[in-house]
Design a protein around this ligand. Structure first.
Ligand SMILES: Cc1ncc(COP(=O)(O)O)c(C=O)c1O
Length: 472
């Protein structure tokens, strides 16, 4: 018996179970409107299949780790080989060392590496080691910047009513009030204000942390350079959160693409190949505080975890990086994303909608506003009702032809033999029996009529409707 939106009774039962035993019926990072929720049965390449047999083109790709797509043969083979040798050791192992060495080879700031399990841990430990190095407590972060879900990170990520800088707004209940006194908030892409704030507070600052490409916002020319210059002048460690951009914007991450080298960087997502692994990398002088040789000195940073540097995750990460090193990979990733971005812009223009397709080719988002997206406050000018309507359309079953997607959603796709392939965080598709990064949007011409139909529906959307969302 089919439930809402063609859902099978099996899938309906699973969703009801989720509602009973998981808070909100979800895992925490992503939620769809209840009537469009689904349960994944399996995934290959760029496709997800749910328990009702519906197929989706997946533009989430695990929220970013799966730049090669689901179940990539090279990653599966590497994981299978490692599985037979044991799953975790709590000791040094060859794949873990090889991955650390590869990070040091690839990433300009990386002289040493320390592994952990999640991106949140990586930024948390980067901040802790910076505090130990500097002997200060305060950190400065940027409004709208996301560094995971720990107490220092969840400050002014998404304030509904932003305060005057540098006052922080906690994004979660349960964060000790005292933390607010340790976090300063600066505006992204406003070099003069950020520089003045760092000048004023440098004596108290343990670190400045930033996403060099903040959420979907490209740094303006000179902005990263000016933050780098003022932090270097005062010896304040600069931390780049490269959890999204690492190995995605270039093999050496955003620091290679933008040519600005921080003191420390946090990595996650791609580096673990779809398994729980993240890393802090950076200058030896700072990283040495993680070494037990400092134990008892008062300068030693405790950082331990049962699964840190897990060999299966390391094998998956190494296999992913080996694919990314193949000639032409990044050119194809950028060419694919650029074509999709341009197609979206052109279709929105033809539909007479004010739209900004903000971001870089591998990661972008649609904002329904005529204001350029240069900082967090500009994102607040976007029409949330239109955005919610757009993202809902992406999930509506029924085989609407050739839809694009924005960053976090998947959409059902009925006709298996006519995939619509495109690149956001990274899109994979099967080509000639092989998995490959999708280098072509061969059906982009079908995207335009679809978007125009969709955007026409959206332009008629008066009320602000709730949509799916998520933070990772
Ligand atoms: C920039 C950034 N930093 C940190 C994190 C947290 O990573 P994780 O979800 O692995 O804890 C994320 C997650 O999406 C992220 O996008």
């Amino acid at each position: 018996m089919a439930g809402p939106a063609g859902r099978s009774s099996d899938e309906e039962a699973l969703l009801q179970k989720a509602m009973r035993i998981l808070p909100g019926g979800v895992l925490g990072g992503y939620y769809a409107p209840q009537e469009l929720a689904f349960v994944v049965r399996e995934a290959h390449g760029s496709r997800l299949r749910d328990f009702s047999g519906r197929e989706y083109i997946d533009y989430i790709l695990g929220s970013g780790p799966l730049v090669l797509g689901h179940a990539h043969p090279a990653v599966v083979a590497a994981v299978e080989a490692q599985l037979r040798k044991g799953t975790t050791y709590f000791q040094l192992s060859e794949p873990t060392l090889a991955l650390a060495e590869e990070i040091c080879r690839a990433v300009p700031c990386a002289e040493q590496v320390r592994f952990c399990g999640t991106g949140s841990e990586a930024t948390f430990f980067a901040l802790r080691v910076a505090r130990a190095y500097r002997g200060r407590d305060k950190i400065l972060k940027f409004e709208g910047g996301f560094h995971g879900v720990h107490d220092y990170s969840l400050m002014s990520v998404g304030p509904r009513e932003p305060k005057a800088f540098p006052a922080p707004t906690p994004d979660s209940a349960g964060i000790p009030h005292a933390i607010q006194a340790e976090v300063l908030i600066a505006p992204f892409n406003d070099a003069a204000t950020a520089e003045a704030m760092i000048e004023e507070h440098h004596r108290d600052l343990a670190a400045v942390i930033m996403e060099p490409f903040q959420r979907l916002i490209v740094p303006q020319p000179g902005f990263l350079e000016s933050v780098r210059a003022v932090t270097a002048r005062h010896g304040v460690p600069l931390i780049f959160d490269e959890i999204v951009t690492g190995f995605r914007f270039a093999y050496g991450g955003a620091q290679q693409r933008y040519g600005v080298v921080p003191d420390l960087a946090a990595f996650g997502k791609i580096v673990g190949g779809g398994f729980p692994l993240a890393a802090v990398a950076g200058r030896r002088e700072i990283m040495r505080h993680f070494s037990h040789e400092l134990d008892g000195s008062g300068e030693f940073v405790q950082q331990a975890g049962t699964l840190n540097g897990n060999p299966i995750a390391a094998a998956a990460g190494l296999a992913t990086l080996a694919e990314l090193r193949k000639p032409g990979t990044y050119e194809r990733l950028f060419a694919t994303g650029t074509r999709l971005k341009q197609g979206l812009e052109a279709a929105a223009h033809r539909a007479g909608l004010p739209v900004q397709v903000a971001g870089e080719a591998p990661v972008f988002e649609i904002y329904f506003t005529d204001r350029p997206i240069v900082d967090y406050r500009a994102t607040l000018t976007a029409d949330p009702g239109r955005h919610a309507a757009f993202t809902r359309e992406m999930l509506v079953p029924g085989g609407r032809e050739g839809g694009p997607e924005v960053l976090r959603l998947a959409r059902p796709h009925r006709r298996r033999r006519r995939p619509h392939a495109a690149g956001l965080r990274g899109v994979a598709d099967r080509g000639g029996g092989n998995f490959s990064l999708s280098g072509s949007i061969s059906r982009q011409r079908r995207l335009r009529p679809w978007l125009i139909r969709t955007t026409s529906r959206i332009s008629g959307t008066a009320a602000r409707s709730p949509g799916g969302g998520g933070s990772a």
